[in-house]
Design a protein around this ligand. Structure first.
Ligand SMILES: Cc1cc2nc3c(=O)[nH]c(=O)nc-3n(C[C@H](O)[C@H](O)[C@H](O)COP(=O)(O)OP(=O)(O)OC[C@H]3O[C@@H](n4cnc5c(N)ncnc54)[C@H](O)[C@@H]3O)c2cc1C
Ligand SMILES: *[C@@H]1O[C@H](CO)[C@@H](O)[C@H](O)[C@H]1NC(C)=O
Ligand SMILES: *[C@@H]1O[C@H](CO)[C@@H](O)[C@H](O)[C@H]1NC(C)=O
Ligand SMILES: *[C@@H]1O[C@H](CO)[C@@H](O)[C@H](O)[C@H]1NC(C)=O
Ligand SMILES: *[C@@H]1O[C@H](CO)[C@@H](O)[C@H](O)[C@H]1NC(C)=O
Ligand SMILES: *[C@@H]1O[C@H](CO)[C@@H](O)[C@H](O)[C@H]1NC(C)=O
Ligand SMILES: *[C@@H]1O[C@H](CO)[C@@H](O)[C@H](O)[C@H]1NC(C)=O
Length: 538
């Protein structure tokens, strides 16, 4: 070719190449926007509130509104490229279709209480967050089969409790005791509260659901089938689809319930109380829930250990005092220690409002958290009571570990009346659950190293006393430490490590369902259910 032809060719090549480059150089936001507009009929005006790029003036406010752990609220925290705040179901459908087509990761956020922030952070370079805070409708129907409610996943537990209370003082719902927790993540991970021994888990009361699956279609219980319906009740959020809402059955509670607290330091025989607690709390009347918080605490300017017992009894004070005198004299419970109240007031008491007559149930509707603390949690299950010697070892160590504690939650009662494979949650037959907990308020890596280090120390010294092969964990107490060093992100083998800890033998069924409904693994996070490797698929 002569020079002229060559030049023309070159010119052609350069313009074609740069126009290709130009098409490619559209940002992920622009690509998404084009697709989203095509799939919905959203007006340009609404679009600016629904699809937020990082340059949007409300991006930071919207992102922060449901960050509940100060560790993930820093400039170094990975930020989504786009936040989508859907107003109607078709926005969710379009988000799923467009994000999947463009092959970006989508994180789903309801209440944002994930302890390790998995609903709004990611290790992926580009990821989107679907924020369901507008999906908060709740309809309570007392006449439907003893009482039921449809609740959208972006509603909080407090809102659900409040909407039930508006209609009836003797209806309730067995779920977590922190009112700002989101329904979406809570139910997806199993969910429990202080009525667990009477009514079982939150998922035991879910009778229907609405979910957007990977192809963008909306399914209910009938159209999704029993396998998927089984998986989304306890198998963890973010693996199967975007749950829009759950239909739940309400429970009936007495007009009067009783609460009490008993605190003891190490020099007041706290150890004996905790030792005896292990025998009583998992076996007593299912209407009685006795939680114990064992933690390091300062007394007379020295670090020691304190055990704090918190109780809910679904009945009156005389009853429970008599019961405890017989079963648990070491606690020394007196009638004066007890407070009688309605169930909704007991929820306020569990929120640490001591004088429940002075607070209104409307505080259950508040979405603003009262703290911006740094937290880390881990969990364990105990199958056999610890001896006094073993407890003593724990107490001695705890007394050296600032800001570290264990929350002991008794199982037994009606929780254990359901088979361990009836739902995805496998830990029903355990004696009690431990939440390892540390909470601090100073920013910076030094404090983080210290307090998380303390937490890992208690976790390590508990090793001989907790469940083994696998050492079990509760999904809703998300712990990203589990499996973190194993075999790279998203691989089946890594999934098996955290999967067996969270789901026991139910893991295999969860993987089969996952492979059926989302074979491309579009719905994924750092601890989601993996698909079967290709060579193992049918
Ligand atoms: C202060 C506090 C108190 C708590 N108390 C209790 C308690 O008493 N009992 C208890 O069982 N747990 C308790 N938890 C744990 C809590 O249940 C879990 O953190 C739960 O997952 C939070 O739900 P969320 O919607 O607020 O969280 P998010 O952070 O929004 O979501 C958690 C996970 O679920 C996924 N997800 C969220 N919404 C959806 C959806 N609509 N569809 C599909 N996937 C979704 C997310 O992607 C993420 O992986 C508590 C947590 C905190 C921070
Ligand atoms: C969406 O895209 C399709 C295919 O490119 C096109 O036919 C259709 O007109 C578009 N719809 C809207 C609302 O933009
Ligand atoms: C968008 O609007 C057009 C005309 O109003 C309608 O025909 C079409 O079905 C709508 N599409 C969607 C996805 O809502
Ligand atoms: C996040 O940071 C903002 C701004 O500093 C602050 O107002 C908010 O309380 C913080 N939230 C958490 C949970 O740390
Ligand atoms: C909530 O209910 C209202 C009133 O029925 C309705 O207009 C709105 O679309 C619903 N919101 C969602 C997200 O479904
Ligand atoms: C507090 O500690 C001091 C010094 O160790 C000791 O002398 C004092 O008796 C203690 N007081 C109480 C109330 O235990
Ligand atoms: C749970 O039930 C099984 C079988 O009925 C029983 O053996 C076990 O002791 C129970 N465990 C608890 C903690 O109640």
């Amino acid at each position: 070719m002569d020079n002229k032809t060559y030049l023309i060719f070159l010119l052609f090549f350069v313009t074609t190449y740069s126009s290709l480059r130009y098409a490619d150089s559209k940002t992920p936001f622009e690509n998404f926007l084009q697709c989203f507009k095509n799939k919905t009929n959203i007006s340009d005006k609404d679009l600016t509130d629904v699809v937020l790029p990082q340059t949007s003036v409300s991006f930071t406010t919207v992102l922060r509104a449901y960050i509940r752990n100060a560790r993930f609220n820093t400039t170094a925290t990975p930020k989504p490229t786009v936040i989508i705040v859907p107003r109607v179901e078709s926005h969710v459908q379009a988000t799923v279709i467009c994000t999947k087509t463009l092959n970006y990761q989508l994180k789903i956020r309801s209440g944002g209480h994930d302890y390790d922030g998995l609903s709004y952070i990611s290790s992926a370079a580009t990821f989107f967050v679907l924020d369901l805070s507008n999906f908060r409708n709740i309809t309570v129907d007392l006449n439907d089969d003893g009482g039921s409610a449809w609740v959208q996943t972006g509603a909080t537990l407090g809102e659900l409790f409040y909407r039930i209370w508006e209609k009836s003082e003797i209806h309730a719902f067995p779920a977590g005791v922190c009112p700002t927790v989101g329904v979406g993540g809570h139910v997806s991970g199993g969910g429990y509260g202080n009525m667990i021994r009477k009514f079982g888990l939150t998922i035991d009361h879910v009778v229907d659901a609405k979910i957007v699956v990977a192809n963008g279609e909306i399914r209910d219980r009938k159209t999704m089938g029993e396998d998927l319906f089984w998986a989304i009740r306890g198998g963890g959020g973010g693996s199967y689809g975007v749950v829009l809402g759950f239909k739940v059955k309400l429970v009936e509670v007495p007009k009067t319930v009783t609460v009490f607290r008993v605190d003891k330091y190490m020099d007041e025989n706290a150890l004996d109380m905790v030792y005896k607690w292990q025998f009583v709390a998992p076996r007593t009347d299912p209407g009685l829930f006795l939680r114990v918080l064992v933690s390091s605490a300062t007394k007379n300017k020295t670090l020691t250990v304190r055990a704090r017992l918190r109780a809910l009894y679904l009945g009156d004070a005389n009853d429970v005092v008599l019961k405890m005198a017989k079963e648990f004299p070491e606690m020394g419970l007196k009638k004066e220690d007890c407070k009688e109240m309605t169930w909704i007031q007991s929820m306020l008491w569990w929120m640490n409002h001591v004088d429940v007559d002075k607070v209104k149930p409307e505080i259950l509707l508040e979405r603003e958290p009262d703290s911006a603390k740094f937290v880390k949690r881990k969990s364990d299950y105990v199958e056999k009571e610890m001896t006094k010697r073993e407890l003593n070892r724990l107490f001695k160590k705890l007394a050296t570990l600032d800001r570290t504690g264990l929350v002991l939650n008794p199982y037994g009662g009606n929780l254990n009346a359901t088979a361990t494979d009836a739902t995805a949650f496998p830990h029903r037959n355990k004696l009690y659950k431990i939440q390892h907990s540390t909470t601090w308020s100073d920013a910076g890596p030094e404090a983080e190293r210290l307090y998380i280090g303390n937490l890992r120390t208690t976790y390590r010294i508990m090793t001989p006393f907790v469940s083994k092969n696998p050492r079990s964990s509760y999904l809703n107490y998300r712990d990203i430490d589990i499996g973190v060093n194993d075999h790279g992100v998203d691989s089946y083998r890594k999934g098996e490590i955290y999967g067996r800890k969270y789901f026991g033998d139910n893991f295999d069924r969860l993987v089969r369902v996952k492979t059926d409904v989302d074979p491309d693994n579009f719905f994924r996070n750092e601890q989601s259910i993996p698909t079967l490797p290709f060579n193992k698929r049918r």
